[in-house]
Design a protein around this ligand. Structure first.
Ligand code: 4NP
Length: 156
């Protein structure tokens, strides 16, 4: 019997992309009837303990997902044993995540949009310094990534 998948999404500040990815992924998994766990973390501690950016919360809520209970935290080496999958939002984050990961890492480390058909190698751009449209684009990206990612858990 395989253990419950535990997926950790990682971005820079843990207030925009990865909290939205966590919310989208749990939403998609629940609709698919999958029992999964998810969390998110950042590479930097700028916003530790804070809820997601209000723009992230607003766009997630607009699509029926409340991410207001999440609190920012920093990625730690222990996460590579606590989670089965560690998912990076862009290439810079993927590089930093791989650098922190023990070798061999118990968790599978990957780029989020590598799981979305036709989007391999693409990044989820950082919306923090942009306008509200950027957050809409982030939501679309994290939904597409999530719908792709859950397929690896449906084949068991
Ligand atoms: P995130 O976005 O990595 O998607 O959470 C950012 C959030 C905050 C900052 C940068 C990116 N910042 O510079 O504070």
């Amino acid at each position: 019997m395989s253990k419950t998948p535990k997926v950790l999404f990682v971005c820079l500040g843990n207030i925009c992309r990865s909290p939205m990815a966590q919310g989208a992924f749990l939403h998609v998994a629940s609709k698919a009837g999958l029992k999964l766990e998810a969390d998110s973390a950042g590479l930097h501690g700028w916003h530790v303990g804070r809820p997601p950016d209000r723009r992230s919360q607003a766009v997630a809520l607009k699509y029926g997902v409340d991410i207001g209970d999440q609190r920012a935290r920093v990625l730690t080496p222990a996460d590579f044993a606590a989670f089965t999958h560690v998912i990076a939002m862009d290439h810079e984050i993927l590089r930093a995540v791989k650098k922190m990961a023990p070798d061999p890492a118990p968790a599978a480390v990957s780029l989020f949009l590598d799981h979305a058909p036709g989007r391999a190698g693409q990044e989820v751009p950082d919306p923090f310094y942009g306008d509200d449209d950027g957050f809409e684009a982030t939501w679309a990206d994290v939904m597409e990534g999530s719908e792709g990612l859950i397929r690896i858990f449906q084949t068991v």
